[in-house]
Design a protein around this ligand. Structure first.
Ligand SMILES: [Zn+2]
Ligand SMILES: [Zn+2]
Length: 400
């Protein structure tokens, strides 16, 4: 980067000033692989818009898989899409009608832009869009955050308390988990008498008390799900396909959850293992995208249990299940299997409120989950995962 100093003593990028272009990292229509391109410096054109200088962008399985499986989803009439949807930045300038934000504020960026037609989208819940005609930053027909500046509407930016700015690259993935857990709590409200303890009901902080949960997958999302479940006091198991000495397992142990290596176990054995204390596995939180394992667990769900799925597998996988047995069981056992995708502002706000709690409760867990920080110009490295102990990559657009 070619840096200079402006008349306020602030660093600025000479290339941006002279050429009015910035760097974006993403994919070209019809071309495999990730690459960088020069894009115009965005400008505030509407009074409700905000110019944001990007600081950090986290990468997740969606980003990696878009590149791996050549799944670029470019808007009609465009030839490229900038990737990245887990971002944090600093407000550089605001339009005249912007009320809640000012220059210097730290913000997370919401991912989805609603269809503008259905009631959920018109009520700030585009994560539950009924038409499917939404767009998503860095995923579906809208440029993402792997770039130096973005312009967005005030309504799509969520203010970050300065005290948690160094953790807030996790706000978006944690918001996904917050929504999943919210679904569990809503469904669980059908059993207000689950146990005799006052502090273990739906609205209580310790709502997970007396309940047993299994998280499938110990990737970043699975670890965040386990953290939220542990904060709620749920007795929590986490399963994955790594050995006990993998760093992921240390995270599981640090939150006093129990790790299960599923490689040598049948789905029945996995559930049996979890049922040890109570005989019931109340909650399964799927966060792996491992489709066969996810479905093969269904026949072993407990009575009145809730299974929330958040993974989005990309391959074609055929498995065979006994349909009659499955249907009989789901009906007789009052079971709920629910999908949960994306998140809305309310989940971002829940995540921002929980970041510090998670980090401090579990030994600086979020700090330690970032196993790699890569500058934007090293984007090829960022999209290549060769270290088997790797957990989370953060692309540093500009250091704090
Ligand atoms: Zn909609
Ligand atoms: Zn209880």
């Amino acid at each position: 980067m070619n840096l200079g100093v402006d008349d306020r003593g602030c660093l600025f990028d000479m290339k941006i000033l002279m050429n009015k272009t910035i760097t974006g990292v993403g994919m070209m229509r019809g071309e495999p692989g990730v690459r960088s391109f020069e894009v115009p410096m965005p400008e505030i054109k509407q009074p409700n818009e905000v110019l944001v200088r990007m600081k950090e962008v986290g990468l997740d399985g969606t980003d990696i898989n878009m590149v791996r499986y050549n799944l670029q989803d470019v808007a009609e009439g465009k030839d490229r899409i900038i990737l990245g949807h887990e971002g944090i930045g600093v407000v550089e300038a605001v339009g005249k009608k912007v009320k809640s934000l000012k220059a210097g504020d730290i913000v997370n960026v919401l991912v989805r832009r609603g269809c503008g037609e259905c009631e959920p989208c018109l009520n700030n819940a585009s994560d539950m869009c009924m038409t499917g005609r939404f767009i998503e930053r860095g995923i579906h027909k809208l440029d993402g955050l792997l770039t130096q500046y973005i312009v967005d509407k005030e309504m799509y930016l969520v203010k970050v308390p300065p005290a948690v700015k160094k953790l807030a690259v996790f706000t978006e993935p944690l918001s996904i988990v917050e929504k999943g857990v919210e679904q569990i709590r809503i469904i669980q409200s059908r059993l207000p008498w689950y146990c005799p303890h006052d502090g273990h009901s739906l609205l209580d902080q310790d709502w997970g008390g007396c309940k047993v949960a299994l998280v499938v997958g110990a990737g970043p999302l699975g670890l965040l799900a386990a953290a939220l479940l542990r904060l709620s006091k749920a007795y929590t198991y986490v399963c994955d396909i790594v050995s006990e000495d993998h760093p992921k397992v240390k995270f599981v142990n640090d939150m006093e959850a129990k790790y299960i290596d599923v490689r040598d176990k049948t789905p029945e054995q996995i559930v049996d293992f979890c049922c040890t204390p109570s005989g019931i596995l109340n909650i399964i939180f799927e966060a792996s995208g491992a489709a066969a394992t996810a479905l093969e667990l269904i026949p072993f769900m407990s009575r009145s249990s809730i299974y929330v799925m958040t993974g989005i597998p990309r391959e074609n996988i055929q498995i065979s299940l006994d349909a009659a047995r499955l249907m009989r069981q789901i009906v007789r056992y009052n079971q709920v299997i629910v999908g949960s995708v994306n998140s809305n502002r309310s989940h971002f706000e829940m995540a921002l409120a929980d970041l510090e709690k998670i980090n401090s409760s579990f030994g600086g867990m979020l700090d330690r989950m970032i196993t790699r920080r890569v500058p934007l110009e090293d984007y090829l490295t960022a999209f290549t995962i060769s270290d088997p102990n790797h957990i989370k990559t953060v692309v540093e657009i500009e250091p704090w």
